[in-house]
Design a protein. Structure first.
Length: 290
């Protein structure tokens, strides 16, 4: 019985021993596998979060520098070929120009300078709107453009002894729901210094005056300080008159002199020279004797 008992004991002892040895070996292998997995995870984390040297993308790398020349065609006025100043868009075709350029263009035409579409039959200025967002973009893209423009405008008014206009600020107006609403003024505002409106009526020309271009616009708004000499220069330029052609300007029964200002004429002649708020001036063309 003893040998068998000892033999029966030896088997589980050896089994336990071998199991513990094998378990120890397997634990060592598991530790090695865990270390490898941890290294792989660390590598993956580094690649995933950009912690590896040379693989992290900075903000500067993601930003793309754009040359201003690439954007220039989109921020230039096709009339004056300069950057937009007071960018103004035609609502009919969405073409944009400088405000002063498009207003001056509509003095002679009612069509868009780019696509030639009829903006409005009689009042094209009704169909233009300031594009403030585009103007802000232009000022941000072109360095010092806004400052230079403000300085030029300030100098222009100061040289002429005029008050520098203040920028218009939208005023909130309460609505029925109690929420403020911004009310924007008219896009085209007449400066206060242009206080005289005149009507230029043609009374004919004598024979031999030569060919001349009819005046397209006979309603003009100017400063009261303008003289009859200024009006004559305006007529000569718009009608392409020959220098030998003499221009006589009459108000009522009075032949006007070059030095007389429009404000003086309106005050002296009075209401007889005014029709519907317009100072009526008649002009005739004659050939100066040689």
């Amino acid at each position: 019985g003893a040998p068998s008992c000892s033999g029966s004991r030896s088997v589980p002892f050896e089994f336990q021993r071998s199991r513990s040895e094998s378990t120890g070996d397997e634990d060592d292998d598991d530790d090695e596998d865990d270390e490898e997995e941890e290294e792989e995870l660390e590598g993956d984390a580094g690649a995933r979060f950009g912690t590896d040297d040379g693989e992290h993308d900075s903000d500067d790398d993601r930003e793309r520098m754009i040359n201003l020349a690439e954007l220039t065609p989109y921020i230039l006025c096709s009339i004056c070929k300069g950057y937009f100043i007071d960018a103004t868009t035609i609502t009919e075709c969405l073409h944009t120009f400088c405000k002063s350029c498009i207003v001056r263009h509509f003095y002679y035409s009612n069509r868009c300078p780019k696509c030639n579409i009829v903006v409005h039959q009689t009042q094209p200025l009704y169909n233009i709107r300031l594009d403030r967002q585009l103007q802000d973009i232009v000022y941000k893209l072109v360095v010092n453009l806004e400052e230079r423009e403000k300085k030029q405008m300030h100098d222009f008014y100061k040289e002429r002894g005029l008050e520098v206009p203040k920028p218009a600020v939208p005023q909130p107006v309460p609505t029925s729901r109690g929420r403020p609403r911004k009310v924007l003024g008219s896009v085209f505002r007449i400066p206060p210094e242009l206080d005289i409106s005149i009507l230029l009526e043609f009374i004919g020309a004598n024979e031999g005056t030569g060919n001349f271009k009819p005046l397209e616009k006979k309603f003009v708004r100017v400063s009261g300080e303008a003289t009859i000499g200024h009006v004559e220069k305006f007529l000569r330029r718009k009608m392409d008159l020959d220098p030998a052609c003499q221009v006589d300007i009459i108000c009522g029964d009075h032949l006007l002199e070059h030095y007389q200002t429009l404000r003086e004429i309106r005050q002296v002649i009075g209401e007889s020279a005014v029709q519907d708020g317009l100072l009526v001036l008649h002009y005739g063309l004659v050939v100066s004797p040689l």
